[in-house]
Design a protein around this ligand. Structure first.
Ligand SMILES: NC(=O)c1ccc[n+]([C@@H]2O[C@H](COP(=O)([O-])OP(=O)(O)OC[C@H]3O[C@@H](n4cnc5c(N)ncnc54)[C@H](O)[C@@H]3O)[C@@H](O)[C@H]2O)c1
Length: 341
């Protein structure tokens, strides 16, 4: 393809934005036109790593560039909504990091702005793009698990509170703790495998047993949970249990999903499929490509821009997940089951 035909992309926020740049840098159909970060030194360091010459500290200037088609929004959660909406109003396609936003109302405004501007809106749910997830999805689409009616999923860290006192541990800026930070990933991955049923209600609990004390001793803010669990019901009768922690006395960090269907079950990770064949129980250990979810996610975004495709992970999917997280948090406060509409 001639160089001029490559999709011009930019990344705003160069923390996890680094993984997006890495993905774009390996995509033959993409050209990284610019990076933007308010932290100029960080922006320069990352830009030089990928040979990017155009650096902005004010994203408004970046949005004035007519040649840029796609933007990765890799910012602290509370900035997803205002900056993604500005991107849509500037007619840019957006790949937004998870979670969609800090509140459902903001998330709805984002989805609306994308629609009104006719812009492609993809969510950064990189775990959907992992090799094992993609291979399992093929088995499921071929009917190998039958009707999936229950799943358990979680991301439990033993010790991994991110950025103590920073935006991650400040509810106003993050929207919550490990549930919205890590639970969002595994819940999305699991619901994707289940065919994205519509959530109807959730209940849950949230605990802050370690973060607040440690933060207080350091004179820092910590007003989110450090472990949360939830139970979600869907319109097709399926149910999902989800758990997430930044800190808990678990043996080791675990990121898992376990699916139960009428014809088979499966786990990620490790990737196994459980069936009954010829009257006996059979376990399968499928081979799968060891690809980076971040890399494949950015390639998919570029492909969707070029070929005007609907992305695998849409803003609407991000909104459904956010509604579930919000319902779990509200249930944790009231003790009641919370309806989701
Ligand atoms: N998908 C994943 O695996 C994954 C991993 C980590 C983080 N995330 C998500 O990515 C987002 C960013 O997280 P992070 O860990 O990179 O955070 P971070 O704090 O390390 O990086 C955010 C960057 O945004 C910059 N920034 C802040 N305000 C800005 C503005 N107005 N304009 C331009 N730049 C600005 C900061 O200077 C910083 O460099 C969050 O939503 C987080 O949930 C996703």
């Amino acid at each position: 393809m001639p160089e001029g035909d490559r999709v011009k992309v930019a990344v705003i926020g160069v923390g996890i934005g680094h993984a997006h740049l890495n993905g774009y840098s390996k995509c033959k159909d993409a050209e990284i036109a610019a990076v933007c970060d308010v932290d100029e030194a960080r922006a320069h360091k990352v830009a030089s790593e990928f040979g990017v010459k155009e650096i902005y500290t004010d994203y408004h200037e970046l949005l004035r560039r007519d040649d840029i088609q796609g933007i990765s929004v890799c910012l602290p959660n509370f900035l997803h909504a205002p900056i993604a909406i500005d991107c849509f109003n500037a007619k840019k396609a957006v790949l937004c990091e998870k979670p969609l936003a800090t509140t459902v109302a903001e998330g709805e405004r984002m989805v609306q702005a994308a629609k009104e501007n006719g812009c492609l809106f993809m969510m950064g749910f990189n775990n959907r793009f992992r090799g094992d997830t993609q291979v399992l999805k093929k088995f499921i689409e071929a009917g190998e698990l039958g009707d999936i009616y229950y799943a358990k999923t979680g991301w439990l860290r033993r010790a991994g509170i991110p950025g103590m006192g920073g935006w991650f541990t400040t509810k106003e800026k993050s929207g919550g703790g490990p549930l919205i930070d890590l639970g969002v990933h595994v819940l999305d991955m699991t619901l994707y495998l289940m065919g994205n049923p519509k959530p109807v209600s959730a209940m849950g609990s949230a605990y802050a047993k370690f973060g607040p004390g440690r933060a207080e001793a350091m004179g820092k803010v910590y007003d989110v949970e450090d472990l949360a669990s939830g139970f979600v019901k869907f319109d097709n009768g399926a149910t999902v249990f989800v758990e997430a922690s930044w800190e808990s006395f678990t043996e080791r960090e675990r990121i898992y999903s376990e699916l139960f269907g009428t014809k088979g079950g499966a786990t990620l990770d490790p990737f196994r499929i459980f069936k009954r064949e010829q009257g006996v129980l059979v376990d399968l250990t499928p081979e799968y490509p060891r690809v980076s979810g971040h890399e494949r996610e950015t390639w998919h975004f570029v492909e969707c821009i070029r070929e005007k495709k609907t992305p695998l992970a849409t803003g609407e999917h991000g909104l459904d997940i956010l509604k579930i997280l919000d319902a779990i948090y509200r249930s944790a406060e009231t003790g009641d089951e919370v309806k989701i509409s």
